[in-house]
Write a protein that binds this ligand. Structure first.
Ligand SMILES: Nc1nc2c(ncn2[C@@H]2O[C@H](COP(=O)(O)OP(=O)(O)OP(=O)(O)O)[C@@H](O)[C@H]2O)c(=O)[nH]1
Ligand SMILES: [Mg+2]
Length: 422
């Protein structure tokens, strides 16, 4: 089965909590703080591999969560970092942020790695907070919590050469003649229902060929299998445009040629501009005289650059392989898609709500407030000062003031209640 677009959910590991602990043993009655640091959560990493060519593995497995960091422990023991989760995807997989539809990565080569989400930071243990004024801090920091994000994986196959033409033109036959691939071949349209890849070897060099389902007139309006699979030849450097010159399906071969080019144009101008080799197929089915007359007609009406092959007698196949290699040697590799900046951790403060409770205190909730107040320790001046600065920076103080907060007003955020002083 073939699957080339799928939405999955990814979540990096939470950071482990720091520990609050004091050294106690037979020799030490009142030791100092010895709470260790929490471990970092695991990252979510995508890795491309040539050993996959569909996203089928994601059909049922759509949720990926990296391991959480372990909590710190006494005796200054740091918690272990969470294991990264490595998600293998086929070469040519494009990763899109499902919320914004922005392309955030294009794994267009083998063995590329992309860290999509970083694990949450571990919290500090109480040993970290020890200072000359605070010899015995009774608090530690909680680990950073991470949130799940949805991404779309879209496969845009990586191949050097794409085979394009009407159904039955002989695309899969050609692929099986020139490569190691063994695609289904049959005498009816739409035999090929999803792309096939093959590796062709010529003069000690190799190139990858993609065979896709046939196109028909009106594909842009969804006729036949539509344009859907053209994304798998979007990145090729060279198109072999196959035209059945035997007219075995009863159409005119010259109008076939123009129809396909028209469909490419309607799909994407860039694809229409991709260099082509025109390949007339099934020449074994036409008399020499008829073939000559048709080729002369094509030369007169269109041009004289084309090759003729037969997948039955192998006539012209070797020349076609050589011509393809020669053309490819002149064509640069296509660059990866343009990637946009993304910031999954961009906190959503717009959804923060401020209400008043019975005693008139200002209650702040919503948004990502949970993460925001992590590790705030009211009794610790350093931690509390940081918290107030963040409230200021994020515009939450301004929002509170808008709602009527004045000097001496009471603010409640989760378990934290404090008096606001200007
Ligand atoms: N005689 C002869 N028959 C051919 C040649 N090439 C293909 N055929 C036959 O034409 C039919 C269609 O060939 P395919 O290779 O399946 O065509 P396709 O372009 O892949 O077709 P779709 O996958 O349906 O788009 C099959 O019966 C092939 O055996 C050829 O050069 N000579
Ligand atoms: Mg086919």
């Amino acid at each position: 089965m073939f699957l080339d677009r799928v939405k999955i959910s990814i979540k990096a590991g939470n950071g482990g909590n720091g520990s609050t602990s004091f050294l106690r043993n037979a020799m030490t009655a009142k030791g100092g703080p010895d709470g260790g640091e929490g471990g970092r959560g695991g990252n979510i990493i995508f890795k491309s591999t040539q050993s996959m060519n569909t996203l089928y593995d994601f059909r049922f497995h759509k949720k990926f969560v990296a391991e959480n960091g372990e909590n710190g422990a006494k005796k200054l023991q740091s918690g272990a970092n969470g294991k990264d989760t490595i998600i293998k995807v086929p070469c040519g997989t494009v990763i899109i942020d499902a919320k914004t539809n922005k392309i955030i990565a294009d794994l267009n080569e083998d063995n590329m790695e992309f860290i999509a989400l970083r694990g949450g930071k571990g919290g500090h243990g109480n040993a970290y907070y020890k200072s000359s004024i605070k010899q015995a801090p009774h608090f530690s920091q909680t680990g950073e919590l991470t949130v799940a994000h949805e991404v779309i994986l879209e496969l845009k196959t990586i191949a050097d050469v794409g085979l394009v033409g009407f159904p039955n033109a002989g695309k899969s036959t050609l692929l099986s003649c020139i490569s190691n691939a063994n695609p289904k071949v049959a005498n009816y349209p739409f035999t090929t229902l999803y792309p096939n890849l093959g590796v062709c070897e010529v003069k000690g060099q190799t190139f990858v060929v993609a065979d896709i389902p046939g196109l028909i007139e009106g594909a842009s309006e969804g006729l036949g299998l539509g344009h859907y699979f053209l994304k798998h030849v979007e990145r090729v450097r060279l198109i072999l445009h196959l035209v059945d010159i035997s007219q075995s399906d009863g159409r005119d071969f010259i109008s076939d040629y123009f129809t396909i080019n028209d469909e490419l144009q309607k799909y994407n101008e860039q694809l229409a501009k991709t260099p082509q080799i025109i390949v007339f197929t099934k020449i074994d089915l036409v008399d020499d005289a008829v073939l000559k007359a048709r080729l002369d007609k094509f030369k007169k009406e269109v041009g004289d650059k084309f090759l003729c092959i037969s997948g039955a007698t192998f006539q012209g196949i070797e020349q076609l392989k050589l011509a393809t290699l020669e053309q490819l040697s002149k064509l640069p590799k296509k660059p990866p898609l343009k990637v946009e900046d993304y910031d999954f951790d961009n906190r959503d403060y717009s959804s923060i709500k401020i209400t008043r409770d019975d005693e008139g205190a200002f209650v702040v909730s919503g948004g990502k407030i949970d993460n925001f107040i992590r590790g705030v320790v009211l009794s610790d001046t350093r931690s509390f000062a940081y918290f107030q600065n963040r409230l200021q920076e994020m515009g939450i103080i301004a929002l509170l003031k808008e709602k009527g907060l004045k000097n001496g007003g009471i603010v409640k955020i989760k378990d934290i209640t404090f008096e606001y002083t200007e």
